[in-house]
Design a protein around this ligand. Structure first.
Ligand code: GLN
Length: 554
């Protein structure tokens, strides 16, 4: 018999069937939250079947937000769920695409690593996949949760599924668990829950050699025992391993529902792990506030991708976290920057309690965003500008306070006489300790400032009040920077620079004098906000917005 590999880490493989968008990422994250609540240490990995090497080059309209990790990897938005629901820290090894796998196999082939052999999907591609999964194993991780993107039956995901099938065999029964997320629709005209799509999806999975241990059934109501029995019988899973994954209003309720359905108990039983009962108090508390807040605030988000909620996933969540910390519900009013004009700005933003301009790329909608910033500045409405939002706040100030009408970022007007935001030719990279240089006419790919960088705060500022410390690390994803050539004139006119790189060279945070709360940050604080650890800037922005609301409606 083949000797089984002895690893400390146990693996959970999550697949999805029937259709996409059933919430595999949230299910994986919730399982992580439950296992952590039982005292286990978890990590995650997302395997995406598309050919792009990473999602960095993909349009958020198609793929949703690009999530940036501490080490600067541009990853799938599910990694955001993983970090928000647990204390696991994600990095470039936690997200692989088919493109990244093939790239590595082909590079090895060119280097002659395969010694003249024919390079094939099995075993070369599948071995590469197994190796990247096994990287997660360590003494510090009890359970690694691996989510396979796409839907079972897709051509693209077959090598991933074959690799996890083989891993089940290599690792042995108590070290690998297969969880399959499927759909159980309620058909109104028949007045019945239908199990057939689930049966077909499991059949498909079994045809490629994977027998699921646990089924998560996405549905709009709790599955009655007879339905669970039927699914169990036809899909060859234990009856108490058929778990209802009920629709929820609040995603932070998912771990609670899974627990009520006995999911975490079943997982530790099957993986033969001894743990305490989970402590879910903090999650219960969160859901209680979510359902019964003391009041609400409305935040206007002026952006380009407002029609697709996934484009600003982390941002939306961070605002909700800021609300929960203040015992408030946060209503998000998405305003398309394309359509904002001096004539309709009052109608669009006159009633909101706070205005936020998120990150973005490209010229579309820029003037609308600048208009919204001017509105927030003059009306003294709390304002939060993130990345592009901060850059445009500098442009707005230069144009309308200093009267430099043609001020701009060189991203939008390379010839502007007032390039207050510009492309830096060289900068000091604190991580490598070297001066980095941007070559003339270089590719756009791989030229961004990415990942966590230190930022030093001025004590006399709103942001210092919020963070309560002098140095913070925040994540970046941008090319353009504040231009120090205009620093003196801008600050003299009332634009405060309250956060910089430790050497003082890169401007990271601006505030305005004589405004209740006007903050622009060059980084993306939303990536570090968690429901149980809300980001201080979002907490303070919501607090200021609520204060503004109370004064306005007095
Ligand atoms: N387009 C801007 C830049 O590249 C801002 C990027 C962002 O908002 N993430 O600097």
């Amino acid at each position: 018999m083949k000797k089984k590999k002895k690893l400390h880490t146990k693996f959970i493989f999550i697949t999805g069937g029937v259709l996409s968008s059933l919430g595999k990422g949230l299910a994986a994250a919730s399982i992580g939250a439950l296992l952590e609540a039982r005292g286990l240490r978890v990590t995650f990995q997302k395997l995406d079947p598309y050919i792009n090497v990473d999602p960095g080059t993909m349009n958020p309209f198609q793929h949703g937000e690009v999530y940036v990790t501490e080490d600067g990897a541009e990853t799938d938005l599910d990694l955001g769920h993983y970090e928000r629901f647990t204390s696991a820290v994600m990095s470039s090894i936690n997200n692989y695409t088919s493109g990244k796998i093939y790239y590595s196999v082909i590079t090895k082939e060119r280097k002659g690593v395969y010694l003249g052999g024919t390079v094939q999907i099995i075993p070369h591609v599948t071995d590469e996949i197994k190796a990247v999964i096994l990287q997660l194993a360590s003494r510090e991780v009890d359970v690694a949760i691996v989510e396979i993107g796409g839907t079972v039956g897709d051509i693209e995901s077959l090598p991933f599924l074959e690799a996890i099938r083989q891993l089940g065999y290599d690792l042995g029964k108590e070290n690998a668990l297969y969880i399959h997320l499927t759909y159980v629709p309620y058909i109104k005209t028949a007045g019945e829950l239908k199990t057939k799509p689930t049966q077909h999806s499991v059949k498909e999975l079994r045809a490629i050699g994977i027998q699921p241990d646990i089924l998560l059934c996405r549905t709009d109501r709790f599955l009655p025992p007879e339905i669970k029995r039927k699914i169990a019988l036809f899909c060859n899973v234990e009856e108490d391993a058929v778990i209802t994954a009920k629709d929820v209003d609040c995603i932070y309720e998912i771990p609670l529902i899974f627990h009520q359905e006995g999911l975490d108990e079943k997982i530790v039983e099957k993986l033969n792990i001894w743990t305490r009962e989970p402590d879910l108090h903090s999650w219960q508390n969160l859901v209680r506030i979510f359902k019964n807040p003391k009041d609400e605030v409305t935040i206007g988000i002026v952006g380009k991708y407002v029609n697709l909620k996934d484009s600003y996933k982390s941002l939306n969540e961070a605002l909700i976290h800021g609300g929960l910390a203040n015992n408030l519900r946060v209503n998000l009013k998405f305003v398309s920057s394309d359509e904002l004009t001096p004539e309709n700005v009052e109608d669009s933003l006159g009633e909101v309690d706070g205005i936020l301009i998120p990150g973005g790329f490209g010229i579309r909608g820029i003037e609308g965003k600048i208009l919204a910033i001017e509105f927030a500045r003059k009306r003294k409405i709390p304002f939060f500008g993130i990345c592009l939002g901060m850059q445009l706040a500098v442009v707005e100030f230069a144009r309308n306070v200093l009267g430099w009408k043609e001020a701009n970022s060189t991203e939008f007007d390379p010839q502007t006489p007032y390039p207050v935001i510009y492309l830096m030719k060289e900068w000091f990279d604190y991580r490598t300790g070297k001066i980095e240089r941007r070559e003339e006419g270089c590719d756009l790919g791989g030229t961004m400032r990415l990942g966590a960088y230190p930022c030093k705060l001025s004590k006399n500022s709103k942001v210092y009040e919020a963070y309560g410390q002098e140095e913070v690390f925040e994540r970046h994803r941008h090319r353009y920077e504040f231009n120090n050539a205009f620093r003196e004139e801008l600050t003299k006119a009332g634009l405060k620079i309250v956060g910089t790189s430790p050497d003082g060279e890169l401007v990271e945070i601006i505030e305005l004098e004589n405004h209740p709360w006007f903050v622009g940050v060059q980084f993306h604080p939303e990536f570090k906000s968690k429901p149980l650890k809300p980001h201080p800037l979002f907490v303070k922005f919501i607090e200021a917005s609520y204060k503004y609301k109370l004064e306005r409606t007095k």
